[in-house]
Design a binder for this molecule. Structure first.
Ligand SMILES: [Fe+2]
Length: 198
C-alpha cells in the first residue's frame, strides 16, 4: 500500500482534465459486463486515455518500486498496462472486489495477470463530506481459524493530485459519492500493471 500526496502538479492535473474533456465517455449502463460484476454501483463513467495522455501518464510512473515488483514474477512472456479515466458523480460507487480478473478470455487467450493497481485523482477540489473514499481491506481468519473476514485497514480520501498503489489481489471498494458533492465529480485515472505468462 502506497499513498503519495501531490504526485501531480497543478499543470499536470489540468493537462489530464483537458484530456478527459476531449474523451468519449461510456457510462456503466452502456457496459453490460461491468454492470453485471458491479450491480447497484450508480452510473459512473469510463473513457480511454488519448495517446499523448497515456504516454505522459506512463512516463511519470516509471518508478523502481513498480518495476521491481513486476519483474519479481517468474516466466514473464509479456508486460501490459491498462488505464482508463473514471468519473464518479453523486450516487456512484464500486462494490467490494479484489481486482483479480473475472476469468474471461481476451481474444481467446488467458487475460494477463493484474499485479499492481494504481488509482490517482485529477479533480480540482474534494471535501471530506463528499464521500468517494477508497477503502482497503485485509483478510483475517476468525479466532477459530475458520471464516475469513474482511477488516478495513485504510480509508483513503480522493485528494486532488494524490496517487494510491497496491498489489493485487487486495479487497477494496469505493464509497458512494454523497449528494453533498453537488455537481463535483470524482475524476481519476485507474488501472493496472500486468504480466503475461505462458
Ligand atoms: Fe478495483
Amino acid at each position: 500500500m502506497l499513498v503519495v500526496e501531490d504526485f501531480w502538479s497543478t499543470e499536470e492535473r489540468r493537462f489530464f482534465r483537458e484530456g478527459m474533456n476531449q474523451s468519449i465517455w461510456k457510462s456503466l449502463s452502456d457496459l453490460p459486463h461491468v454492470r453485471t460484476d458491479f450491480p447497484n454501483s450508480g452510473n459512473w463513467a469510463k473513457a480511454e486515455l488519448g495517446p499523448e495522455e497515456g504516454q505522459r501518464f506512463l512516463s511519470r510512473l516509471q518508478l523502481p518500486c513498480i518495476r521491481d515488483h513486476i519483474e519479481s514474477f517468474p516466466n514473464i512472456i509479456g508486460r501490459h498496462v491498462g488505464f482508463n479515466y473514471y468519473s464518479y458523480s453523486a450516487g456512484d460507487c464500486l462494490l467490494t472486489h479484489d481486482d483479480t480478473d473475472q476469468g474471461r478470455l481476451v481474444d481467446g487467450r488467458r487475460a494477463p495477470k493484474r499485479r499492481i493497481a494504481v488509482v490517482t485523482y485529477f479533480h480540482e477540489e474534494w471535501q471530506p463530506d463528499w464521500g468517494g473514499e477508497l477503502i482497503i481491506y485485509e483478510r483475517r481468519a476468525d479466532r477459530a481459524g475458520g471464516t475469513i473476514n474482511l477488516i478495513p485497514t485504510h480509508c483513503i480520501e480522493p485528494r486532488p493530485g494524490s496517487l494510491v498503489m497496491f498489489t493485487v489481489p487486495r479487497f477494496h471498494r469505493v464509497c458512494r459519492v454523497d449528494p453533498t458533492a453537488g455537481e463535483h465529480r470524482r475524476l481519476s485515472i485507474a488501472g493496472w500493471f500486468m504480466t503475461e505468462h505462458a
